[in-house]
Write a protein that binds this ligand. Sequence first.
Ligand code: HEC
Length: 168
Amino acid sequence: MSEEREMHVFDGIEEHDNPPPTWFNLLFIGTIVWGIGYLILMPGIGPGLLGWSQNKQYDAEVASAKERFAKAAPATIDLAAAMNDPLVVADGKKIFASSCAACHGPEAKGAIGPNLTDAEWLYGGTAEEIVHTVTKGAPKGMPAWESQLGAANITKVAAFVHSLGGGL
Ligand code: HEC
């Protein structure tokens, strides 16, 4: 050791006072400055100068997701167009298999719920009336599907039901 530093000796053990390197001190002071800056800008001691909050960020992300989703899957679709589009009717068939077949049977020929393939209708057999029944439900055990499926899916499944042969 070239320069003489303060030294402490105890029990034959020499203890030198080695100052920490400059880079370490800068890093150490830097974390304190960063921490104070963070507490001032972000919610910490107070609400934070930047005005950022979890709720605001969440709302912004939900809004942008809704916007993107609305373009990918419109909330409503045109009934007449749906009935004439085999792809949409095929979509309706899938919805029927997962949401309706349990009560109306896999072929829609009736089980707990009535046969939907004949021209006998309790609540009307036009596509509009089927949409209405599925949306609002019917008193003797037919659930309302409005909130669960949404208007676009109800239009699809109604177009499928209407195509089964009983549609008026
Ligand atoms: C929990 C059993 C159940 C499920 C699931 C169900 N239905 Fe029904 N549905 C019924 C019953 C029971 C009726 C008869 C209601 C009445 O007479 O008031 C009915 C009636 C109907 C009618 C009216 C038939 C007519 O003669 O006017 C239509 C249309 C219909 N359902 C379509 C659907 C579609 C489409 C789905 C799937 C989205 C579906 N149902 C799911 C039980 C069910």
